[in-house]
Design a binder for this molecule. Structure first.
Ligand code: FAD
Length: 422
């Protein structure tokens, strides 16, 4: 009797370990893929297993607004079980390896899972420890160092700017790629405007590792103008390598010389790296990002592996807006190849968008695709800073995310997906 019981349990667990579709990561990309597969009738929730160790789903685009004094941090966090599609199977142990030849996934707790189709959506990891001393200063509530790249430190940024009584503010931007390449400068403009409104005298310095203010010439011109008008001092090819008490140390990217810069408030942005298991599993490109075709999102070697979002090798700016454009294409191609035996369609052209706050009431909506080519939805409002675009970003995008994206009904700039199937 005991034996039969044991065998039943064994058979049950074997059946559960295989999933038709496995998705690694329940962030913006993984969640959106699962939701659209279900909403479009391609899968029932029980056919999908999502690997996600975090208890909270984060709306990271909101963190700039939190640090900029425009938004409540609680509106950017929701329990994972409230946003993941009902009845999908969730494994909460992080993935540590994929064996693509065996269609097998290994997790930290020692379990093994198999799949028919795999979607890798693990995002990009913020690596604060690459900047010596940064973590200690960020964690110290009395140290004037903050970062919108973590929800805790974004709230700290809000408090520090609120309490700022004048002096020198230093902002840094690391080497690319990072998620939302525009965010390091959005917080510069938002902070500048808050201090201006309070009549606080400030000396603002923006240190970028790159040689340009922005990668798309049209927007670079507008933003250069914004910096000049606001008297923001830009320093290029300077990488933050260490933070000490009220001192930031930058490395000149040409000469490798180190320069100490004092500050009264420092906003830093951490370097960012893909999950190590991608490269260790033989799925990475030279930089360790999941190596997929730039137009189909299918893995370059393994035809049943797909990737999108920040962890993918797609050579475009890493944003949630890009994920919204990538998801329907990935879903369509996955179903075409798997269910219909057809070739994937090379449809994705690199669309991405970066809504750049230029003050507490204006925004420059940058939209572009591969090779930094413009790809604008509202050109009339995108030749300069716009109030309308500000409210679209501040109020409408979060609403669309929490109420429609999580249900697979939001297509980004294609609008609502009520009548759309992949
Ligand atoms: C400050 C800031 C401002 C931003 N502003 C904007 C903006 O204005 N507009 C915009 O479009 N985008 C913006 N973004 C970028 C946007 O948030 C990301 O591009 C988007 O979240 C990418 O989605 P993703 O699913 O690829 O990664 P994520 O949303 O980060 O999700 C990755 C998930 O994978 C999980 N994971 C990681 N490793 C493992 C593992 N080993 N096993 C299992 N699960 C794992 C993680 O726990 C996480 O939940 C901003 C980001 C930040 C930080």
């Amino acid at each position: 009797m005991i034996m039969i019981h044991y065998l039943r349990g064994y058979a049950f667990s074997v059946r559960q370990v295989h999933s038709q579709i496995a998705i690694i990561g329940g962030g913006t990309a993984g969640l959106n893929v699962a939701a659209q597969l279900i909403a479009d009738g391609h899968a029932i929730p029980q056919q999908i297993r999502i690997f996600e160790p975090m208890k909270m789903h984060t709306y990271q685009p909101g963190w700039t607004m939190v640090g900029g004094g425009l938004y409540d941090i609680n509106k950017t966090l929701k329990p994972m079980e409230k946003v993941l599609p009902k009845n999908v199977i969730v494994s909460d142990s992080p993935v540590i390896k994929i064996n693509p030849e065996q269609n097998q996934i290994e997790t930290f707790d020692g379990e093994k899972y198999t799949y028919d189709q795999l979607v890798v959506a693990t995002g990009i990891r913020t690596d604060f420890d690459q900047i010596k001393g940064a973590r200690k200063q960020l964690e110290d509530p009395n140290s004037p160092v903050a970062s919108i790249y973590h929800y805790k430190y974004a709230s700290k940024m809000n408090r520090l700017v609120d309490e700022f009584e004048g002096g020198k503010l230093v902002f840094s931007e690391p080497q690319m790629p990072i998620k939302c390449g525009g965010a390091p400068q959005k917080i510069v403009y938002l902070s500048h405007d808050r201090l201006r409104k309070r009549g606080i005298k400030s000396d603002i310095h923006f240190y970028k590792t790159a040689a340009l203010i922005f990668g798309v010439p049209k927007y670079a011109e507008i933003l250069t103008d914004v910096c000049q008008r606001k008297q923001i001092n830009c320093h290029f090819k300077q990488r933050l390598v260490e933070v000490q008490d009220h001192v930031a140390i930058f490395e000149d990217q040409d000469t490798k010389e180190l320069k100490s810069v004092t500050f009264d408030l420092l906003h830093l942005v951490p370097p960012q790296v893909p999950a190590q298991f991608i490269a260790a599993s033989g799925l990475g490109d030279a930089a360790g990002f999941c190596n997929v075709h730039p137009n189909t999102l299918q893995h370059m070697k393994y035809k049943n592996i797909w990737s999108l979002g920040d962890c993918s090798s797609l050579p475009t700016s890493k944003t949630a807006a890009a994920v919204m454009a990538q998801t329907p294409i990935l879903v369509k191609n996955l179903i075409r190849t798997w269910k219909q035996g057809l070739e994937p369609i090379p449809e994705y052209q690199g669309y991405t968008s970066c809504p750049i706050f230029t003050s507490q009431s204006t925004l420059l909506l940058a939209e572009f695709k591969y090779n930094s080519e413009l790809d604008e939805t509202f050109p009339i409002f995108q030749s300069n800073e716009s109030r309308l675009m500000f409210y679209l970003k501040k109020d409408f995008f979060p609403f669309a995310y929490w109420y429609f994206m999580v249900k697979g009904l939001w297509g980004g700039r294609d609008g609502f997906r009520f009548f759309k199937g992949a």
